[in-house]
Design a protein around this ligand. Structure first.
Ligand SMILES: O=C(O)CCC(=O)C(=O)O
Length: 290
């Protein structure tokens, strides 16, 4: 899981970026293009993905599959898998956490990760055969291997922003490695509760990242750009290129916005040292300001 902002306090891990963002960073001018089901993806949709860096699918999973994934998350959070510890809480809940019961704690969790070896229901959705078949096509017919699994819960009112970034800036893979991200809505995801927002077509190369509210693209680069929102019903998903800039605003609404995010790359790729990634995405030593 992304560790830039995670700090331990007592027994719990907290995400540190509580600072509020400028609302103008998230003013989409349109909704994302997509299809209804995974079966609707053909050559035209693959061409769209290659050109724009994303494709939405509004009904990828059944209500039963969504419920199974939610049950898997609850099982992890309720301690049904002893030893599982990859849970990160919202920093704004730090002072209250010790007094909260298990149910109440579920609405202050920011993210969980590294669970697919532990929770079979979450593994099942990450290995959904039709979804994997599409990913294989998007990876130029190379066999997909999942290398990152997360649940991003953005709780009501306090779920904090994930500032604009390219996921590839976090991955120790050579720049030309094809990476497909999949973001799956488990609740209805809207602009108000913090759905994904993207910059279509900006996935062709690396953009410098800075340590600000997170490891992120400079706000100045984003202001005034024509971003696109990806509202999705539960069971909808977004396929997105590892270099597609995206971000999600603070959840100011009273509604939950629970999601899963998986990343896949061809199974025959090799890691690169972090210095290589920083050469492309890092701002240190480049005489740039933000
Ligand atoms: O679900 C979210 O809020 C965005 C997550 C995200 O973009 C990431 O973790 O890379």
């Amino acid at each position: 899981m992304t560790i830039t902002n995670i700090l331990r306090s007592g027994d719990a891990l907290f995400d540190e970026g509580a600072e509020l963002h400028d609302p103008a960073l998230y003013h989409p001018h349109a909704d994302a293009h997509g299809v209804e089901t995974l079966a609707d993806i053909g050559a035209e949709e693959v061409a769209f993905y290659r050109e724009h860096g994303y494709l939405a699918v509004r009904q990828a999973f059944t209500p039963a599959e969504v419920q199974a994934a939610l049950d898997g998350i609850v099982a992890l959070l309720m301690g049904e898998h002893p030893g599982f510890e990859h849970v990160v809480f919202e920093a704004s809940a730090r002072d209250r956490l010790a007094e909260m019961g298990p149910e109440e704690r579920m609405d202050v969790v920011r993210k969980l990760g590294v669970f697919e070896g532990t929770e079979p229901r979450l593994r099942a959705i990450s290995q959904h055969p039709m979804m994997l078949a599409v990913i294989q096509t998007l990876l130029h017919n190379r066999t997909p291997e999942m290398f990152q699994d997360m649940a991003l819960l953005k709780p009501p009112r306090i779920g904090r922003e994930k500032p604009w970034h390219q996921d590839h800036a976090y991955f120790d893979y050579p720049l030309d490695t094809p990476v497909v991200g999949v973001w799956i809505a488990l609740d209805e995801a809207t602009v108000e509760n913090g759905c994904m927002q993207i910059l279509p077509g900006r996935h062709q190369g690396p953009i410098l990242h800075f340590k600000r509210r997170d490891w992120q693209i400079c706000d100045r680069e984003i202001m005034g750009t024509r971003s696109v929102a990806v509202p999705l019903p539960p069971g909808g998903l977004l396929f997105f290129d590892g270099k597609l800039p995206h971000g999600t605003p603070h959840n100011t609404s009273p509604k939950r916005r629970r999601a899963l995010q998986f990343h896949y790359a061809p199974d025959d790729i090799h890691k690169a040292p972090p210095e290589e990634r920083l050469t492309h995405f890092g701002s240190e030593g480049k005489n740039v300001t933000c």
